[in-house]
Design a protein around this ligand. Sequence first.
Ligand code: ADP
Length: 248
Amino acid sequence: MSQPLSILQCNDVTVEFDGFKAIQGMSLTLAKGELRFLIGPNGAGKTTMLDVICGKVRPSTGQVTFNGDIDITRKKEHQIAELGIGRKFQAPSIFPSMTVLENLEIALRQRRGVFATLFARLQAEEQKRMKRQLEMIGLADQEDSRAGGLSHGEKQWLEIGMMLLQEPDILLLDEPVAGMTDKETDKTGELLQEIARERSIVVVEHDMEFVRSFASKVTVMHEGKLLKEGTMEDVQRDDRVAEVYLGK
Ligand code: ADP
């Protein structure tokens, strides 16, 4: 059987902060359409790995390749975003005084190029895309609500919707269900599954119950290194993982 096409490859990445090695020789390959969880104890280097991929942090050694042959190791954050890698941080970056629909419109215009379209009307096709996006993130009946008044979960979904309108090939999410109710967490799980039909996703996650609800591959990091990769069942069976992470 042929290998699935990879959309992202991190090879032997090392990151140093003032001589401290936060990442040491970490490699990770993400397939097209894959939903991957990145787990590990606090300080393992998970967030730094996302920072490397999106260009926020430069590795001291190693290489990051996107879509087969695009070397993004030394590219700037905005260049990487334009190539199609979107990063979402824990705190949502939405415009609270604007409505849900206006927030989505801003994201859409960013994709099209702010200057060219600041005053232009959205075309019918774009209006349709926004409506579809609203449905997908479950906020169709709140399009005219002020974004600042949404619940915590709804704000997270709105931001994911804004990211999606920019059509990234890869979404990098940092603890997307942190602070969510059980119901919101379930809904977020469904949303991620739906997104992964078209795009690849890397999720840094602490909520093990949430991770267990997917059949996805899990990458376990510890002290800046790859400790184990496999299904949640595989990694849970690994003694080293139990020792450093699950506390067994
Ligand atoms: P995780 O996301 O797995 O909790 P991080 O990637 O946030 O881990 O951090 C990995 C290690 O690198 C930690 O020891 C952290 O203190 C350190 N670190 C992260 N960012 C910086 C920074 N900007 N400067 C110095 N040390 C950092």
